[in-house]
Design a protein around this ligand. Structure first.
Ligand SMILES: Cc1ncc(COP(=O)(O)O)c(C=O)c1O
Length: 355
């Protein structure tokens, strides 16, 4: 508290990011980062960008990166917006599109930053409960609204809805923006980017932080028709004209062009996810069917917070979220096979000791 703060700052409830501890030999399965390093081509491009030209501002429009992202999905640079992590893209979208009086709709169990942006921009919102099975049901998003935000796959549950469900949602709210947050889409869900051409109210947000292993470079992006992209650019250019530095733009552009590295990495994570889910099920956990690079799991008769604490004593960190519908669950990032195996054997040991 401070007398220097504006009333808005007093009211804010900021997002709490997953911790980034400095412990040595930590198995870090708490913030859904990619378990392998980025594309070597991306690293080379970033090293090459670290030269005398750093004295100059970067391209404020990030045209080379936007063009590479557009070409990958058969769109043009006019359909692409980039920002400092998808968090920044989301923040600009909330400010640009969701201030129409009615509440914004999003799930009761979803990415917790959505509520934070509503607080920051004073936007009313309404939580739409997930089903009993912790799934998103688009038919529940019927209320008059200022827009809809769906994380697909959802976080922290990892489950996804298909293209047809998003099509129904777009048709239900033709005069409102439907934002589909596809941070985890590359790990097996169906992207709705193909719907951009025919739907003026669709905004698809993605990131380099997960499937491209560039969380540390902070690059996010969005696909939409030019009218929505222009709205985002207006907000961006009223906030920070240069959200992506030269090094990030160079690395991200090279990463988009390294399709072989991308495919191979995704396959490895999906295979580890299958192994991890089966292992957890074998230990008595209920595991939701994940299409993301994490799994959401709970044990029938073990307290999730205690399990997380016991894992932590063994230098393994997973995410436990407080809350009525989340406190019995653990969100576990899919690590390398050896990391997943170490997690499983630690859990086996913890469950055995306490039985
Ligand atoms: C659903 C979802 N959207 C967006 C983000 C933000 O990612 P970034 O800002 O690193 O692109 C995250 C991060 O974990 C997420 O879980």
């Amino acid at each position: 508290m401070s007398r220097f703060w504006s009333p808005l700052v007093h009211r804010l409830t900021p997002y709490v990011p997953g911790e980034q501890p400095k412990m040595a030999d930590l198995i870090k399965l708490n913030t859904n980062e990619f378990p392998y390093g980025p594309s070597p081509r991306a690293l080379d491009a970033m090293r090459a960008a670290a030269d005398d030209t750093l004295r100059l501002y970067p391209d404020p429009t990030a045209l080379a990166l936007r063009t590479a992202l557009a070409e990958r999905v058969g769109l043009t640079a006019e359909n692409v917006f980039v920002g400092n992590g998808s968090d920044e893209v989301l923040a600009h979208a909330f400010q640009a599109f969701f201030n129409h009086g009615d509440p914004l709709l999003f799930s009761d169990v979803t990415y917790s930053f959505y509520k934070v942006y509503c607080g920051l921009y004073a936007l009313p919102y309404r939580l739409v409960p997930l089903t009993e099975n912790m799934a998103v049901q688009v038919e529940d998003f019927t209320a008059p609204c200022s827009g809809v935000v769906i994380a697909n796959p959802n976080a922290p549950t990892g489950t996804a809805v298909g293209l047809d469900a998003i099509k129904r949602l777009l048709a239900m709210h033709p005069d409102r923006v439907v934002l589909v947050d596809e941070a985890y889409v590359d790990f097996g869900a169906e992207s709705v980017v193909s719907l951009v051409k025919d739907h003026s109210n669709l905004l698809v947000v993605q990131t380099f932080s997960k499937s491209r292993a560039l969380a540390g470079a902070r690059v996010g992006f969005a696909y939409a028709q030019p009218e929505l992209i222009e709205g985002l650019v207006r907000v961006k250019d009223s906030f920070n004209s240069y959200p992506l530095d030269r090094i990030a733009q160079a690395g991200a552009t090279a990463a988009v062009q390294d399709e072989a590295w991308f495919r191979q990495g995704i396959e490895k994570v999906i295979s580890s996810r299958t192994m991890l889910s089966a292992g957890l099920t074998g230990l008595g956990f209920e595991v939701l069917p994940s299409q993301a690079n994490f799994v959401y799991a709970r044990h029938a008769d073990r307290d999730a917070a205690q399990l997380a604490a016991s894992l932590r004593e063994r230098a393994i960190i997973v995410r436990h979220l407080r809350g009525e519908r989340t406190s019995s669950w653990l969100r576990i990032t899919v690590g390398t096979d050896p990391q997943c195996n170490m997690l499983l054997s630690a859990l086996r040991d913890i469950l055995h000791r306490n039985s």
